[in-house]
Design a protein around this ligand. Sequence first.
Ligand code: CTP
Length: 452
Amino acid sequence: MAGPAIDATTAAMAVDPLRGRRILLAVTGSIAAVKAPSLVTRLQARGAEVRCLLSPSAERLVSPVALACLSRHPCACENDQWQHGQPRPLHIDLAEWADLVLLAPLSAATLARLVHGQADQLLASTLLARPASCPLVAAAAMNTDMWLAPAVQRNWARFDAEPGVLPLPPAATGLLACDRRGPGRMVEPALLELAVASVLARGVRRDLVGRSLVVTAGPTREAIDPARFLSNPSSGRMGVLLAQAARLRGARVVLIHGPLQVDPAWLEGLECQAIVSAADLEQALALNAPGADAVLMAAAVADQRWRHPDPAKAPKQALQQRLADAASWEAVPDLLQQLVARRSPGQVLLGFAAHTGDVLPQARAKLSRKGCDLLFANPIDAPGAGFGSETNAGWLLDAGGAVEAIGPCSKLSLAHRLLDAVAARWNQAPVLSAGSATEAGGSSSSSMNVLS
Ligand code: CTP
C-alpha cells in the first residue's frame, strides 16, 4: 500500500484497551447480579485483572466464593470492612487499586447512595472514595415501576451529569424477574464489555450529546430469485461499532443495517432499522438522513442488481442463461452521491472506500467523485483490515486534501477516531438537530436514557 506510513503510535492502539488493566466489578442487589461470573470471565479473557465487590443484597444473589475463584482474588463483602487483619481501610484500598469500576447491576438503592453521598456500606464507600482519575461505568437494573418512579429518575438525571461516569440505562424492554416486560433489564454483558473497552481506550466522553447521527452498516442483498441473491462478505462490525461509539459519546443514533454478523447485544440502545436491499436502504435514508447532523455510510452496498427478481426459483441451466444476459442487470444508484446532492447545511457525510492494491489513488478519485466530506480508505486485502476482522487500518481522507494514516487498531478505536474527525468538521458549522445545545464536555441531557 502506498501512502503515509502507519506509525508506531497508531500501531500501539491495536493493543486491546483491557489488557493489563485493573477492573473492580461492583455488584448490587438486582437479579442481574447472577451475570457477574460471566462478566468476570469476559473481562479476564480480554487480559484484564478483575476484583469483585458485593453489596449485602448482592451477597444473597451471587456466590462470593464463585467470584473469588473466577477472579483469582478474594471477593470483598460487607463484613470484610474494618477487620483487624486489614492494615488500610478496605474501601480506600479497593478504590485506589482500580483503573476503572464497573458497577453492574446498579440498584435503585445504590443509585440513591451515590447521588446523595451516603457512604453507609463498603460498596458505596468504595465508589464514593474512588479517585477522579478512575472512571465508572454503571448499568442500572430494576423493576419497571421502580425505574420509572420520579425519585429514581431524578437520581438518574443527577448521576448522568456527574463527570467521569458512563451511566447505561436499562434495556428499553425485556422480560424481568417479576414476569413483567418493560424497561428495567440490565444491558447485556457483551455491551458492558464494549462500554468498558470504549472508556479504557478513550475515557468517558459525552461530546456528542445533542447530536443526531445516521449510520449504515452491513451488506445489502439483491435478490435474483427466492433462493439466490448477490451480496458481499461485510459483517457490519465497523458500522455497528461506529454507531455504539457515537451513542456512548451521547449522540442519538439511527442504525440502518443489512443482515449482520455481530453480537445482537451490540444493537441495544440504538434505533435500529433492518433493511435487505439497496432499494430498502435508499428508502430508509430518504426518511432518516434529512435533519441528521451526520450520515456515516459504512454499509457495503451491492453494485449491481437484478432488474426483475424472479418469483419462482429458476432451474440451474435457465439461471446460467439469465445471469449471462447483461440486460437483466442494472447498476445500483450511488446512495452516498444522492446524500451529497440533497444534504442539509452543516451535515457531515462520511463514506468508506473498500479497495485492494494501491488504495490511495483509488480512494482520492472516489472522494472527488462522490463529493463527501470524509472518506476512510480501507485496504480489504491487508492483514487485519478486511471484512469481518476485529481490527482495521487505512487512511482517512478529507475533502480539503488531508490524508491521515490510521491503525492497525481495533475497529472501536477507529470508530472513535472517525467520530473525532466528524466532530472537528461540525465545529466549523452550526448544530442541526432541534433542541441540541451542549457541545464538548459536560453531559447535561440523558441522551441514552430510555425515557428521553
Ligand atoms: N455506496 C453507496 N451506494 C452505492 C455504492 C456505495 O452509497 N451504490 C457508498 C458505500 O456505503 C461507501 C462508499 O459509497 O461509503 C464507497 O463504497 P465502495 O463499495 O467502496 O465503492 P463503490 O461506489 O461501490 O465503487 P467501486 O466498487 O467502483 O469501488
